[in-house]
Structure formats: structure tokens, C-alpha cells
Design a binder for this molecule. Structure first.
Ligand code: TGC
Ligand code: FAD
Length: 391
């Protein structure tokens, strides 16, 4: 045993991963080091990813799109391996993890779990390869935390469907080839597979974001979008269907948020040992050490929770309330870690020359999307007490 423990992994978390999971981590880290990290600050500053289709194909070539799904060109890896990949992607930027989450855990998962055989063969292989991009439209301008109140409507016209409505804050919307759109029908809430070149569909980009800038976020406008009868996902009935998709993406965030936290923690560690004030590195002052220790404790606990949930998901025993526990805790703590790291960097903490403010701003979106921290608190409150406090 060496005399000094690894200051980047005091708890030895790395050793808890299987060799296959460690390989996934290092391959994704290499991909990000070559194809994301050198460019992500420019993407964030410009508020766009100019080569998003190339990036999607690279992610597809590595098997990261729909990675935990089986068949139809998907990699069929474990849920834990998928989580590890999300952590490495988000260590680079939450926007890149979002691209992968929405593609694999929301759009592809909806097709995989609820689609017809024709839906699956038409879309999944192309989406797994990154040749087709998907988006997932649940939120609306007036309906966010309470999707059961959605207004987007699909009505029958002969055997066709006609959809009218608006979706808001949709990741990948303007670059998508296919949109999974959730709408109210006479038979309750149903999901629809909408090719984005269908007349009446448009997806204007949402501008002026100060968070998740290396990600495309859009409105979806559906004005009399006519679709054939078989556009409906046959197995998705009621709100339970889109909420099941959210479990998949929320699980990825449990891991991903810890990647963002790790990058900020390491940036603070490095900075604190190099920056001198009052004749000593700031790392030599007790107040700075307290910050680094608290960040390390929360990071370590967050990764252990992610790993525990990953093993449960692989065993088929993961419950939605447990996903809420992970999403609430890990995003909240990741944000606290990034804010503390920002203070360690002083004025440099607000500059894009360092990764901290970018991650911190990104995590404000992550705290809100996939269920706000308040919604996950209420899910856990209901599980603890048996009383629903949503309304
Ligand atoms: P409620 O009555 O509780 O449930 C309705 C039905 O759904 C079932 N259910 C779930 N099923 C699977 N997984 C879950 N997590 C589930 N939660 C509930 C439930 O058992 C029931 O089934 P059944 O058979 O009895 O009908 O529904 P509610 O209307 O009271 O809502 C509950 C609440 C508030 C928790 C839910 O609406 C919610 O989660 N709201 C938050 C909305 C949200 O998370 N939106 C996310 C949009 S997508 C997104 O943000 C993508 S960001 C992507 C990125 O860029 O990474
Ligand atoms: P609201 O629901 O209006 O909530 C506002 C505030 O009120 C929140 O703090 C909330 O917690 C609180 N609140 C609401 N109800 C209660 C209550 N009962 N008790 C206590 N507090 C309450 N959606 C998609 O469908 N697809 C996507 O791809 C997607 N991508 C996104 C990307 C980004 C960058 C962002 C920021 C959002 C994205 N979303 C997406 C939307 C996201 O899921 C919603 O923003 C989120 O569900 C919250 O909805 P809202 O913004 O309408 O907030």
C-alpha cells in the first residue's frame, strides 16, 4: 500500500467498478478528451453545438446511444455501465450527457418499451448509430411539473390522427428527426411518433439560456399535424408511460451529476494547491481544507448511492422512489459542490477559463428538469408518510 492515498479518490471508488465498467469509464473519458473538452467552452459561449450530428455519430459509434437497451443495434450494456458513461459525459458537460439521455433514455426507450415492431425497426438502429436524432415532448408552456394537465390534443380524423398543441423546453427539438410527443386523446394520454418533416410540425430554438448552453433546447409547435393510425405507440397507455421513460433518464442524472461535481472538486483541489495568498497555498488554510473535505464527502456518498441504485437496476429491483432519492440528493449535492468550488477559485471561479461556473450554471437546469427538486421531495414525502402533498 502506498504511503499517501490518491487525493482524487480517497475512498477507492474506482475499485468498486468491474473491469468492464472501468473500461467504459476510460473509453468515454478518452472520447470526451478528444471530441468534447477542447470545444465545449466555445459551444457554451456560442450557445450551440455546430457539429452536433458528427458528435451524435461519434457517440453512436461508441455504443453510447440506447446503451442499456438490447436488440435493434443497441449495445445491451448493464445499467451500471450506462451510469458510469453518464458520469464521464457529464464530467465534460451536462449538455452532452443530456444529448445522450434524451436520445437513449427518453426517445429510444419510449420506442423500445412501447413501440410497435415497425417503430422499432424503423427508428432504433438509426438512432443507436447517431444517424437519426430523437426528442421527447412532455412539458408544455403552461404545464411542467403536472404533466397530467397537458393540453396538447390528438383527435381521430377517419383512421388518421391530428395533433394540435405546443411543447416547451425540449432538448434536441430543433435537430431531431423524430419527436416522441405525448398528447391527450379521448382514450387518455398517449404517445405519438412524429417524424419532424411532417407538415404542421416546427421546432424553433429557445434562445437566451444562461444554463445548458452546449445543448439544443426548443419549442415544438404542432399545428394540425396529420399522422397515420400507426403513429401511436401501441403499448403506452396513460401518464404512467412517459413517467416510466423519465425513470430511465433520471437514473442517468443520478450518475451524471456526480461527474459534474467531480470536475469541480478536482478543479478546486488543483487551484487550492497552486494559488498562494498570505505567503502560503490556500490549500494550507483550514477553511479551504474544510471545503475540500465536505465536497469530497458528499461526492463520495453520491457516487456510492449511484452505484447502489445501479446494482439494483441491474437486479431489476430499482423502484421509482429510489430514483427520486438519487436524483434529488445527487443533483442538490453536485450543485452545492460546484458552488463551493466556485468560492475556492475566487474571481477565477466566475470565468469560463475554468470549468466550474459552466457546470454550476448547467446544474441549475438539471435541478429543474426530469422533475424539480420539489417534485422529488414530494415523491419521497409520499413514500415516507403515505400522504400525497402534490395538490
Ligand atoms: P400519479 O397519480 O402519481 O401517477 C400516475 C400514474 O403514473 C404512475 N407513476 C409512475 N410510473 C412509473 N414511474 C414513475 N416515476 C411514476 N410516477 C408515477 C403511477 O403509479 C400512476 O399509475 P396508474 O397505473 O395508477 O395510472 O400522477 P400525478 O399526476 O399525481 O403526478 C405525479 C408526479 C408529480 C410525480 C409526476 O407528474 C412527475 O413526475 N412530475 C414531474 C414532471 C417531469 O419530471 N417532467 C420531465 C419532463 S422530460 C425532461 O425534463 C427531460 S430533460 C432531459 C435532458 O435534457 O436531460
Ligand atoms: P413549474 O412546474 O411551473 O414549477 C415552477 C416551480 O414551482 C418549481 O420550483 C416547482 O418545483 C414548483 N412547484 C410546482 N408544483 C408544486 C407543488 N405542487 N408543490 C410545491 N412546489 C411546486 N421537458 C421535456 O418534456 N422534454 C425535454 O427534453 C426537456 N428538456 C429540458 C431542458 C432544459 C434545459 C430545461 C430547463 C427544461 C427541460 N424540460 C424538458 C422541461 C422540464 O422538465 C420542466 O422545466 C420541469 O418539469 C419543470 O416544469 P416548469 O419549468 O414548467 O416549472
Amino acid at each position: 500500500m502506498s504511503s499517501r492515498p490518491d487525493p482524487r479518490d480517497l475512498a477507492g471508488l474506482h475499485e468498486l467498478l468491474t473491469p468492464e465498467e472501468q473500461d467504459v469509464a476510460s473509453s468515454v473519458r478518452r472520447l470526451c478528451a478528444e471530441h468534447v473538452d477542447p470545444y465545449v467552452v466555445d459551444w457554451f459561449e456560442q450557445g450551440e453545438i455546430p457539429q452536433i450530428r458528427d458528435l451524435a455519430k461519434r457517440l453512436g459509434t461508441m455504443g453510447l446511444l440506447g446503451m442499456h437497451l438490447s436488440g435493434y443495434g443497441c449495445a445491451g450494456m448493464s445499467a451500471t455501465a450506462y451510469g458510469v458513461a453518464c458520469m464521464e459525459l457529464e464530467a465534460s458537460d451536462s449538455g452532452v450527457r443530456s444529448l445522450v439521455s434524451v436520445q437513449g433514455s427518453l426517445a429510444m426507450y419510449a420506442l423500445w418499451a412501447f413501440g410497435s415492431e415497425e417503430h422499432k425497426t424503423r427508428w432504433l438502429p438509426a438512432m443507436a448509430a447517431g444517424e437519426a436524432i430523437g426528442c421527447f415532448g412532455l412539458t408544455e408552456p403552461d404545464v411542467g411539473s403536472d404533466p397530467g394537465s397537458m393540453r396538447t390534443r390528438a383527435r381521430r380524423d377517419g383512421s388518421d390522427w391530428i395533433i394540435d398543441g405546443r411543447k416547451m423546453w425540449i432538448t434536441n427539438g430543433s435537430v431531431a428527426d423524430v419527436a416522441i410527443v405525448w398528447a391527450r386523446t379521448d382514450e387518455g394520454i398517449r404517445g405519438f411518433v412524429v417524424p419532424t418533416d411532417t407538415p404542421g410540425f416546427s421546432a424553433p430554438v429557445i434562445k437566451h439560456k444562461l444554463s445548458l448552453r452546449a445543448s439544443v433546447t426548443s419549442e415544438l409547435v404542432l399545428d394540425g399535424v396529420r399522422l397515420p393510425a400507426d403513429a401511436m405507440l401501441p403499448e403506452a397507455e396513460g401518464l404512467k408511460a412517459p413517467l416510466s421513460c423519465l425513470n430511465e433518464a433520471r437514473y442517468g442524472i443520478v450518475w451524471g451529476s456526480m461527474g459534474a461535481a467531480r470536475t469541480c472538486l478536482h478543479a478546486a483541489q488543483t487551484y487550492a494547491t497552486q494559488r498562494e495568498q498570505f505567503g502560503k497555498p490556500i490549500a494550507a488554510y483550514q477553511l479551504t481544507q474544510q471545503k475540500l473535505v465536505d465536497m469530497t464527502l458528499e461526492y463520495t456518498k453520491g457516487v456510492l448511492l449511484a452505484l447502489h441504485l445501479g446494482r439494483r437496476k441491474d437486479a431489476g429491483t430499482l423502484r421509482p422512489e429510489q430514483v427520486s432519492m438519487g436524483k434529488l440528493n445527487n443533483v442538490r449535492e453536485a450543485l452545492a459542490i460546484c458552488r463551493t468550488a466556485r468560492s475556492v477559485l475566487g474571481a477565477n471561479g466566475i470565468s469560463l477559463e475554468y470549468p466550474v461556473i459552466r457546470h454550476m450554471n448547467n446544474l441549475e437546469s438539471v435541478l429543474t428538469y426530469e422533475g424539480t427538486s420539489e417534485m422529488h421531495t414530494l415523491v419521497l414525502g409520499r413514500a415516507l408518510t403515505g400522504h400525497s402533498a402534490f395538490s
